[in-house]
Design a protein around this ligand. Structure first.
Ligand code: ZN
Length: 237
């Protein structure tokens, strides 16, 4: 029996949010997706979003029956107020405050708040995001307590219950691959490898065992290491 609540998944077309989408489709009777165009350098992920959705619908009829519409919000403003390597043509490096300069300040607070506004209008009461405290690159707005506080603020602000679910919060990248395998088996793992996008540089020309990307940026490195760990753990069994 599916949870009767209706969910909205923050969905970028990357590995983590695609696993979250499958997780939500297994649980909730109706699931919609939302993405944000903030003029990110890896805008290719916006093209991957719809490609992955189409592939999910084609390969998994039980998920297709629950998948509702997609929303794409134009947050060009966020790109303009951020001074980071994701939105400017600059090298990705650690800045003086110890955070990678890929950080768009408070990005997830803004994403969830915009998502909540759309969700409330659409009659959706669960927001699902792929934030993770295990290898969170130091982004303070990915922390469990940040998002729990935001859930309370949003629910009060809407005067309606809005639950924030983060199924990957305490899961590392290797376990994320394992969760994908549990949710949709080899077909879903192959779909993630072939179609989802993580690379900060937007490179899809190079194909590795773990997917497409430059192979050198922090996002590629996390994805590569997680995949290798998961493969090694499987080989040990
Ligand atoms: Zn990369």
């Amino acid at each position: 029996m599916a949870d009767p609540r209706r969910a909205l998944v923050l969905y970028s077309g990357g590995q983590d949010s695609t696993v979250c989408l499958a997780w939500a489709l297994e649980r909730y009777a109706h699931v919609e997706t939302i993405g944000f165009d903030y003029r990110q350098r890896h805008a290719v992920e916006l093209e991957c979003r719809l490609d992955v959705r189409h592939a999910l619908v084609a390969a998994f009829p039980r998920w297709a029956a629950r998948l509702g519409q997609d929303h794409l919000l134009d947050l060009a403003l966020l790109g303009r107020i951020s001074d980071t390597a994701l939105t400017d043509a600059r090298a990705i490096e650690m800045s003086a405050n110890g955070l990678p300069n890929t950080f768009v300040p408070a990005r997830n607070l803004l994403f969830f708040t915009f998502a909540a506004s759309v969700a409330h209008r659409r009659g959706l009461s669960v927001l699902v995001g792929g934030m993770c405290e295990t290898d969170y690159s130091g982004y303070p707005d990915c922390r469990d307590n940040t998002l729990k506080a935001l859930q309370v603020a949003i629910s009060l602000g809407l005067d309606a219950p809005m639950t924030i679910e983060t199924p990957l919060m305490w899961v590392d990248k290797a376990a994320t691959w394992a969760l994908a395998d549990t949710l949709g088996g080899a077909a879903f793992v192959d779909l993630i490898v072939e179609r989802t996008h993580s690379c900060y540089l937007g490179d899809r020309t190079r194909r590795h065992p773990w997917g497409r990307g430059c192979g050198a940026c922090p996002a590629c490195e996390l994805r590569r290491a997680g995949y290798a760990q998961w493969q090694a753990a499987r080989a040990d069994r």
